[in-house]
Design a binder for this molecule. Structure first.
Ligand SMILES: *Cc1c(COP(=O)(O)O)cnc(C)c1O
Length: 393
């Protein structure tokens, strides 16, 4: 069996550039963003990379969402549309403000919000939409922006998988009112933890800055606390390791695109495996994850969990897909405690989302950062597992 252990690049990638930047921050004696230069420089570069006027570094992606919800003045009882299939952090900050995340079905091909279903879910209480660019495939931003305009909703792009991704040449995060990014260890750029938001609105940026800085404007020396903010600041060390990665992202996105294409070609001939679809309008898919449906019936009945274990044994960093938002215990508890005027818990019928949550497997993006032969090795491993189980039955 072709074992892939140690065949893929490490993630995160530690290079001399990260070391140099970290040491610079260390000996600058400025470890705080207010007095240092690294966070400011990173924000300038990150905004530029996303064709956005402003970027703000923050503690993590979850906090970036929270910060923006506050900046959009989301309040108790407001409804915010989220995809039914996403990582929980898209919905958690909505719940913690006492607002209602309304899970809406996704497209079974792209795994991104279905705009028609979004339209159907809008009520008088709806204030915004948080589309998630799943695995790095951008949502249909044309139709979502049209619906948002029609009903006067904010659009916060959850671009935690989509650093540098594109929809018709426009960068992730810069199409809606704002976009959020994560720099958690698995993500496409990382400081172990960390996050950022981007926006073209000065008003929104100024407000987000206040909320992230305990309510104080930049350079405040008078202990002004203008809003009920908290401390969501990024440190100079985090920005130091992010700076060199910003320089590598474009090349890595290209490499993942190229390798994903190769893998798609290989994998489409394997019965029982169907990869995430791709719209032409998504001009750059970042492939944070390589996602595919798995049909155990074509693999001698071995369960998805066991199949993932078998991939892991062969050195492939594979995982099962997220649980649907409304199937998590925390959401169920939240929904059960809402007053009777919210009917959505009975309307949660998201067949595409359910199918993805139950059938999909994903492979971490570092597996797409190798060469062509390594990439073909992933498909080869899957074929070998398949013929192995066939030989036994
Ligand atoms: C990772 C992630 C987040 C949250 O990011 P953290 O930095 O881990 O808080 C939010 N949304 C999605 C879709 C994510 O994958």
């Amino acid at each position: 069996m072709s074992n892939m252990t140690n065949r893929f690049p490490n993630w995160p990638m530690a290079t001399e550039s990260e070391e140099k930047e970290l040491l610079e921050a260390l000996y600058s004696n400025q470890w705080w963003r207010m007095t240092g230069t690294k966070v400011k420089e990173f924000e300038r570069i990150f905004a530029e990379m996303h064709n956005a006027k402003y970027a703000l570094g923050v503690t993590n992606g979850t906090n970036a969402i929270d910060l923006l919800l506050k900046s959009f003045k989301v309040k108790e009882g407001d409804e915010v549309i989220v995809p039914a299939f996403t990582f929980i952090s898209t919905a958690l900050p909505v719940m913690s403000l006492g607002a209602i995340p309304v899970p809406v079905d996704i497209d079974p091909g792209t795994f991104c919000l279905d705009p028609e279903k979004v339209r159907e879910a809008v009520t008088e209480r709806t204030v915004g939409i948080i589309p998630v660019h799943m695995a790095g495939h951008l949502c249909d931003m044309d139709r979502l922006m049209e619906i948002a305009g029609e009903f006067n909703l904010f659009v916060m792009e959850d671009a935690c998988h989509a650093h540098g991704g594109e929809w018709k040449g426009k960068r992730a995060g810069s199409i809606g009112d704002a976009g959020v990014f994560s720099f958690q260890q698995f993500k496409l750029m990382t400081a172990g933890e960390g996050g950022a938001l981007v926006t073209n609105s000065q008003e929104l940026y100024d407000l987000a800055f206040l909320y992230h800085n305990v309510g104080r404007p930049f350079g405040d020396k008078k202990y002004q606390h203008l809003v009920e903010g908290t401390n969501y600041r990024l440190s100079e060390f985090q920005a130091a390791v992010l700076l060199p990665q910003a320089g590598r992202l474009a090349e890595q996105n290209q490499r993942r695109e190229r390798n994903a294409k190769i893998l798609n070609e290989e994998i489409q001939n394997i019965e029982g495996i169907v990869p995430q679809g791709r719209l032409e309008a998504c001009t750059l898919h970042t492939y944070y994850m390589y996602m595919f449906y798995y049909n155990p019936g074509k693999f001698g009945g071995i369960s998805r969990e066991r199949f993932v274990e078998m991939l892991n044994e062969q050195g492939i960093p594979a995982y099962i897909a997220y649980t649907q938002i409304h199937d998590t215990p925390i959401f169920k508890e939240f929904a059960a405690n809402l007053d009777g005027s919210y009917s959505f818990p009975n309307q949660l019928n998201c067949p595409a989302s359910r199918k993805v949550a139950e059938e999909v497997i994903w492979i971490h993006h570092r597996a797409l950062l190798g060469d062509e032969e390594t990439t073909r090795g992933i498909a080869q491993t899957i074929r070998e597992i398949q013929s192995g189980v066939e030989a036994r039955i």
